[in-house]
Design a protein around this ligand. Structure first.
Ligand SMILES: [Zn+2]
Length: 125
């Protein structure tokens, strides 16, 4: 899933910084950084603090920080490098885990097959 963050006019709340789905941001932490940058820029220009609207809900900055943490936790991630998984997902034959790239899937495959070999070796002793 991707996110967008921008200053916009809301019918109910007026001018706000809004976070919604389908934008250019992959990580919720990038969204948070952008939101803080927007907030600071707006404040230095207009001497006014904007409210934050996250998926239709008004939040404080601490609320947005918590949202970013929870959201990040809930996203599927590559088992090898912990990158957030997008549409392209890779697998290998030794596990049911998901990976961000063929390289990560191969690295995990190698790691697992080394482990299996070691275990086999132990049993042969
Ligand atoms: Zn990866």
């Amino acid at each position: 899933m991707l996110y967008s963050v921008k200053i916009e006019k809301d019918a109910k709340y007026g001018e706000i910084i809004s976070i919604s789905d389908s934008g250019e941001f992959i990580s919720p932490f990038d969204v948070l950084n952008k939101l803080i940058a927007l907030k600071n820029a707006f404040k230095s220009k207009n001497n006014k603090t904007l409210k934050y609207l996250v998926h239709g809900k008004i939040m404080t900055l601490n609320g947005v920080k918590k949202w970013a943490k929870d959201e990040y936790k809930s996203l599927p991630k590559c088992k090898n490098c912990a990158a957030i998984l997008l549409e392209d997902i890779y697998k290998n034959n030794l596990s049911t885990d998901l990976f961000c790239s063929q390289e990560c899937a191969d690295a995990n495959y190698k790691e697992l097959s080394n482990k299996f070999e070691e275990e086999e070796h132990e049993f042969n002793l």
